[in-house]
Design a protein around this ligand. Structure first.
Ligand code: FES
Length: 104
């Protein structure tokens, strides 16, 4: 199973092995990651699953869709170059070891 690392705002790291094709918002919730609320359940209408993908992993992520891009303009913490909505990212062998920073 691909491993995912979340870096919390205080610098702590939470890591887990995530089933392939599981979206990374669901994985965060299963791991009790505070700040990734996923209020819409992953239907791309809340932007409460904002994460910042570590620079080393950004190019390996699938391209961002138009709706995700628009939603990132309304996230509560400042949008950054690595900002993504984690419900739109899925665990995969390519992303094995991905590092996601949880915004404040
Ligand atoms: S969970 Fe709502 S947009 Fe990702």
């Amino acid at each position: 199973m691909p491993k995912v690392h979340w870096i919390l705002p205080n610098g702590d790291r939470v890591s887990d092995d995530v089933n392939e094709n599981s979206n990374l918002m669901d994985a965060a919730q299963m791991n009790g990651i505070a700040g990734i609320d996923g209020e819409c359940g992953g239907c791309l209408s809340c932007a409460t699953c904002h994460v910042v993908v570590d620079d080393a992993w950004l190019a390996l992520c699938p391209p961002m869709g138009e709706v995700e891009n628009a939603m990132l303009d309304i996230v509560s913490s400042p949008r950054q170059s690595g900002s993504r909505l984690s419900c739109q990212l899925a665990a995969s062998p390519v992303l094995d070891g991905i590092v996601l920073h949880v915004p404040q």
